[in-house]
Design a binder for this molecule. Sequence first.
Ligand code: URA
Length: 428
Amino acid sequence: MSGDRQDKLNILTTLRKKRDGEELSREEIEHFVQGHTRGDISDHQAAAWLMAAHVRGLSRSETAHLTHAMLHSGEQLDLSSLPARKVDKHSAGGLNVPMISGRGLGHTGGTLDKLESIAGFRVNLPIDEFTRVLGECGCAMIGQTAEIAPADRKLYQLRHFTSTIDSPPLICASIMSKKLAEGIDALVLDVKTGSGAFMKREAEATLLGELMVDTAKRMGVRAVALVTGMDEPLGYNIGNALEVVEVIEALHGGGPQDLVDLTITLGGWMFHLGGRTATVEDGEHLARNLLASGAAADKFRRMIELQGGDPRVVDEPRRLPKAKHQEDILSATSGYVTAMDCELIGVAGVLLGGGRQHESDTVDPAVGIVMQKKLGDPAQRGEALCTVHFNSTERMEAARLIIERNIQVEPTLPTQRVPLIRSVIRDN
Ligand code: URA
């Protein structure tokens, strides 16, 4: 290695450049990610890098280089043996949906925790079994493996401890390095904004959506991002088994309208980007038909069975874990529900035992909160705002303190109602 190049790739030089707001090259970013993943660059230096990136920001090309380096820090799935296009959705027939998801951390819920509320469901399939399930039923859902984007495992942990989570380029690189490792052709992103989201302001969520769509495009993957509101829960239920119950209701033609509508729209985009339908509208039509015909429920039943779970839950949701106690939280005044702090309501769910404060915590699949009111609904004094499902009175009291203070009931209704889907960011 020439003296010049070695100097340029010195981590101290890289740190100084980013600290002073200069743009890093692809080589410098790769050197940082590879060095940290191998253990040659210390956590102290990586923490300083993350903080400099958080404060100074990363350009679009730096974000793409970071994503690329994190993606190539581990294995990428080769799904070329499956002829159908591979399309995934992040958030939240005729296509393959290979989904690698996370667990809930902090106030957020995790797809894996929800699936694990189904007895026997295995989320830790090895890659060859994952590919087999995908080939047999067209969809499979597993957790991150040690082989996929190992750079993100270390960096995400550090971000958690250095207050550098809420940076759009760092979130983009973290999510996209894992999603792009799935070997997909297209990706539909549901970027949340509002009191329950990482990105509280719509402008930040839009920026994150743009970064992710741009990064996917640079890597040859078609992507669309829907910026959607999270100022109230989607549907009514919060909690692992409780959310599965709501999904099952939707699969049988019921379920909350907002959950069904958003799912149909995301499905419409998946069919369109996957080349199954000419337009998004045709994709939505197809998604509605698959729901109405029971084909979507059949698919879910089959996936559960192939992943070792009890498929009977799809027809008998009472087989899912249920909390011992239920108690309503009542409105202290009469008026309308005007706001809720979904992050804090999520924290209440964690305190009940439904989520984890530390990665090693175990979750109680049965507990949670069922909203009885949505934003804009009238509420009389003494009427239930929500019902808490709990297994420990002490935990219930801790959750009650938070919930009572964070659902607002006011005498008048704000005139402006915002749509659930705020914008659609395309890759053209
Ligand atoms: N989910 C991730 O995987 N990474 C982030 O940075 C945020 C959410």
